[in-house]
Design a protein around this ligand. Sequence first.
Ligand SMILES: Nc1ncnc2c1ncn2[C@@H]1O[C@H](COP(=O)(O)OP(=O)(O)OP(=O)(O)O)[C@@H](O)[C@H]1O
Length: 274
Amino acid sequence: MSKDSPILEVRDVSLHFGGVRALTMVSTTVAAGALFAIIGPNGAGKTSMMNCISGRYRPTQGKVLFKGRDVTALPPDRRTGLGLGRTFQNLALFGHMSVLDNIMVGRHHLLRNGFVGGALYWLGGTQAEELEHRRAVEDIIDFLEIGAIRKATAGTLSYGLRKRVELARAIALKPDLILLDEPMAGMNQEEKEDMARFIVDLNEEWGMTVIMIEHDMGVVMDISHTVMVLDFGQKIAEGPPAAIMAHPQVRRAYLGENDDDAAVPPAKTAGETA
Ligand SMILES: Nc1ncnc2c1ncn2[C@@H]1O[C@H](COP(=O)(O)OP(=O)(O)OP(=O)(O)O)[C@@H](O)[C@H]1O
């Protein structure tokens, strides 16, 4: 894959649940190194799109390419092995385990799949592997500033901190592309600002491509490079935040603009792009 190739391509993806059309012919490309946001009203198809990318759902039609490879038929764990990580809308931590152990679980997955284990074999087996393992976990703990709670039981932490630990576990897999599903949901303002900073640093300093679903428009417009807007399962706009903010259909469909045009149902004009 050359440096300028997209890390992800979604080609004409549709997803139907019986008569429900969750996605209709959605296409997009995400450049390596991008911070890409997916927005849209409730039920617009955002989670469906994330699930098609992660492999949880298989599109009814269309293709998903990751690093130039068609992964449409690959299950989630195979995509994880190729460098695609994710967090969940609802927390998926082991509440009874310590913060450290929760992060270690992420690394063990990596070891089990042989990436770290294979690379370190020549260094002299288990000890080197364990050292590398520890070092990587410590880097993540430092980066996310959770050293003070490393021994705390995950279930006893505030919601904001648990979301941070969940992010730590997801990045322990060292993905090239990480899917973040509502990383700021349920957070207070200070927690949101911290999380926004971590996401930007993850993107800029760690070089991870980020795709996130987020409802907080302030954060989305502040930190994203590109925003894709879904409405009724269709892509209605895509572009840099300033263009999205100015897009009339987006203002009507998503931002709830209350001018005379607001009465026009968005679905009738869907298909237009920024
Ligand atoms: N497993 C499913 N079975 C049936 N219908 C589904 C399923 N998952 C999603 N849908 C439907 O597909 C449409 C898109 O849902 P989706 O969850 O992708 O939207 P969303 O934009 O993520 O919404 P929200 O912001 O509320 O999370 C909705 O009409 C939803 O009811």
